[in-house]
Design a protein around this ligand. Structure first.
Ligand SMILES: C[S@@+](CC[C@H](N)C(=O)[O-])C[C@H]1O[C@@H](n2cnc3c(N)ncnc32)[C@H](O)[C@@H]1O
Length: 106
């Protein structure tokens, strides 16, 4: 099986993922809230379209958002910074070969 993946960073794909996340947010995350102290892994965060929602609804959980694409992560970081959220850390990683170790708490 090829390891090629079609979702790289592209402005139009960024916009599409953002639109998709906005449409699905009620359906997917309306009751998503992690308790204080939770360590949450968001695998394949892309441009952070859902990261903002997750981080906002669980302000006392620490969310580690990973993606294989550096350019998508840069866009995700930009979104989180402009939303003023601090309970997320980003890491460039492959979900089929995750680095070991615990996330460091802020
Ligand atoms: C369809 S996008 C979804 C992005 C985001 N979760 C959303 O809903 O908007 C899938 C993401 O998974 C990432 N991805 C694909 N294969 C990966 C892998 N092996 N490890 C980490 N991320 C991966 C891609 O770079 C892409 O950003």
């Amino acid at each position: 099986m090829s390891k090629a993946y079609v979702h790289g960073y592209h402005h139009r794909e960024n916009m599409r993922l953002q639109d998709q996340a906005s449409t699905l947010v009620e359906l997917l995350h309306s009751d998503t809230s992690y308790p204080a102290g939770s360590l949450v892994l968001e695998a394949g965060c892309g441009v952070g379209a859902q990261t903002v929602t997750l981080a906002r609804s669980s302000p006392r959980a620490l969310i580690t958002s990973i993606d294989i694409s550096r350019s998508s992560l840069l866009e995700a970081k930009r979104k989180i910074l402009s939303a003023g959220l601090t309970n997320i850390q980003f890491q460039q990683a492959d979900i089929s070969n995750l680095p070991s170790g615990q996330p460091s708490r802020p």
